[in-house]
Design a protein around this ligand. Structure first.
Ligand SMILES: C[S@@+](CC[C@H](N)C(=O)[O-])C[C@H]1O[C@@H](n2cnc3c(N)ncnc32)[C@H](O)[C@@H]1O
Length: 206
């Protein structure tokens, strides 16, 4: 564990106003762009977990039927709502929810789940629980962009702050996804500690 949900929420509340002004790394930007591309949204209902200030939600909204953004930080959500309003985007709803309790509205049958640079705040056990919750929503596709370890963990690398980050190995994530009933259909290595996994539900679903 690297802090509980409320600690992460408080930390991001403090950063929220400046989050979009910060210099995001090229790897973050590549990861974000790959998540948007692999989401391949076309009239879908999308759930964005750890939505933050809406980078993914707002990019997907024009091609989506509806986007549901969930985050634990009210400060980040406020920024996301303001950006949606400023851009005149009306099919996005930002509200509080966490990976393991995303609080999806009862009338929303989620087609695509996305998450960018957020799941690494969970422990490996919590990630597995979250992936089970996501699978339970029965989306066609789950696109996960995040800090993840393709090789040995290197605490000297900029993507990994052991006090607040707890990235999983790609193997741990792949096992959790396949155990939850997904097939891994793409693995994009952006950096040895940043990647995008595309998981799709098999044809045998009922
Ligand atoms: C680095 S930001 C990424 C935000 C956005 N996805 C992006 O690509 O810019 C990580 C976000 O994850 C959120 N977060 C951390 N733990 C969470 C949890 N258990 N459930 C949902 N969101 C969480 C934080 O509040 C923060 O907004």
């Amino acid at each position: 564990m690297t802090g509980d949900v409320e600690e992460h929420a408080a930390r991001f509340d403090e950063k929220a106003a400046e989050y979009d002004d910060g210099d995001h790394s090229p790897e973050y930007r590549d990861c974000r762009d790959l998540v948007i591309e692999h989401a391949a949204v076309d009239g879908d209902i999308v759930l964005d977990l750890g939505a933050g200030t809406g980078a993914i939600s707002l990019a997907l909204a024009p091609a989506a039927d509806r986007v549901i953004g969930r985050d634990v930080s009210e400060g980040m959500l406020e920024q996301a709502r303001k950006k949606a309003s400023d851009a005149g985007i009306e099919n996005v709803e930002f509200g509080r929810g966490r990976f393991r309790e995303p609080d999806v509205p009862g009338d929303a049958a989620v087609d695509v789940v996305v998450s960018n640079f957020a799941m690494h705040h969970l422990s490996d056990g919590e990630k597995r629980d979250a992936i089970d919750v996501i699978a339970g929503l029965e989306p066609d596709r789950f696109v996960l962009g995040d800090v993840m370890l393709f090789g040995e963990a290197d605490p000297e690398e900029p993507f990994y702050s052991p006090e607040v980050d707890d990235p999983a190995t790609v193997g741990v994530l792949a096992d959790a996804l396949t155990d939850a009933g997904f097939a891994l259909t793409a693995v994009e290595a952006v950096h040895e500690q940043v990647g995008v996994l595309v998981a799709e539900r098999g044809d045998d679903r009922t």
